[in-house]
Ligand binder design. Structure first.
Ligand SMILES: Cc1cc2nc3c(=O)[nH]c(=O)nc-3n(C[C@H](O)[C@H](O)[C@H](O)COP(=O)(O)O)c2cc1C
Length: 328
């Protein structure tokens, strides 16, 4: 049965150290989202049995809505990784053409492929040829090395022709990393020029951002990254506000923080506990009045137990922050 992207899809972005089973479980407890992405995994690492891929590629608790993301330096090894991943529960596979982290680019992965549309298309074709029937194939990309729509279109068309089901665009150039505003009109132009759906990603934080992005650029869907770590209830909130402009969500910040830590303990290996907790709280602390104070306490804490103490201490000191009323 062929999969169809839900209309007006809301997706959780792939994020190293953040888009793991514990965050997905928390998002699902608030009501979920249409599509999840795992953090990226190295194709060569996965086929050679790298130790942590069982966690990176764990698509639970919603494998039927979760895409496994790979990056790779060549088509044969990406194809082999995709073939191996067919045995894992998941909706499908995504190829990372957007990561601009220096070690990924240096290894010939991520955004480095945007300089080589034919090579990137070769990766997509290898993925398609090795993907089990019924599994989806997407790619996530940036605007490119430079601000040049012609080159972006050439790249995206090559991927489409190689067998992509949909494309996710984070419309910043490689050099911009997270600076400057994403150039969202590129998603609109790509949607018009391609025959496949285009999802828009980048800096969508408030309901107004989402509503504006949809109205102005009409993407097939919107992907949220950092805001989902800041507010794991953001998808539920957006859907609520879409139904009823007066919708409000009362969030228990302390209980949610502690629940996240329980999920980290339950679903991630002990070596990941402290780093994953700290990466999440880097964003989550923005929900409270004394964010800097809270963040410093968490970052100085030792182990999951220390982070739990920092959470309890903060809300004991500032009990008024325990409940946050969300309406935008
Ligand atoms: C900590 C972190 C890790 C990321 N890891 C990945 C990744 O593994 N794969 C990927 O395609 N993008 C990755 N990204 C980029 C995000 O998926 C997304 O494109 C970017 O954060 C912009 O969306 P946002 O403004 O909603 O956060 C990462 C971003 C962050 C902040």
């Amino acid at each position: 049965m062929a999969y169809t992207l839900p209309a007006n899809a809301l997706a959780l972005a792939p994020m190293v150290g953040l888009s793991h089973r514990a965050l997905r479980a928390l998002v699902e407890e608030f009501g979920g989202c249409d599509l999840h992405y795992t953090e990226m995994s190295s194709a060569p690492g996965y086929i050679s049995g790298a130790p942590y891929d069982a966690w990176f590629l764990d698509a639970l608790p919603a494998p039927e809505r979760t895409v496994l993301q790979f990056y790779g330096p060549d088509a044969p090894r990406l194809g082999e990784a995709v073939a191996k991943s067919n045995a894992l529960p998941a909706l499908g596979v995504d190829v990372n053409f957007g990561c601009s982290a220096p070690h990924i680019v240096a290894s010939g992965g991520g955004v480095a492929w945007m300089k080589d549309p034919a090579g990137a298309a070769g990766l997509v074709k290898a993925a398609r040829d090795n993907l089990a029937p019924g599994r989806t194939l997407s790619a996530k990309t940036r605007a490119g090395y430079e601000d040049d729509y012609g080159k972006l279109l050439e790249f995206a068309r090559a991927l489409e022709e190689a067998g992509l089901d949909w494309l996710v665009l984070h419309p910043r150039t490689k050099a911009q990393k997270f600076k400057r505003s994403p150039k969202r009109e590129l998603a609109k132009r790509l949607s018009e020029d391609l025959g496949i759906p285009v999802l828009l990603n980048g800096d969508v934080r408030r309901f107004e951002d989402w509503a504006h992005a949809r109205e102005a650029y009409a993407p097939a869907g919107v992907m949220l990254g950092r805001e989902a770590a800041r507010r794991p209830w953001v998808f539920a909130l957006f859907r609520g506000l879409e139904r009823d402009a007066g919708f409000e969500l009362s969030v228990e910040l302390e209980a949610t923080a502690l629940r996240f830590l329980d999920l980290v303990e339950e679903y991630l290996p002990p070596e990941f506990h402290e780093t994953r907790a700290k990466r999440f709280f880097h964003y989550y602390c923005d929900n409270v009045r004394f964010a800097h104070h809270f963040r410093t306490a968490v970052m100085n804490a030792a182990g999951l137990a220390g982070v739990r103490v920092a959470v309890r201490d903060y809300f004991r000191e500032v009990p008024a922050d325990r409940i946050k009323l969300e309406n935008s």
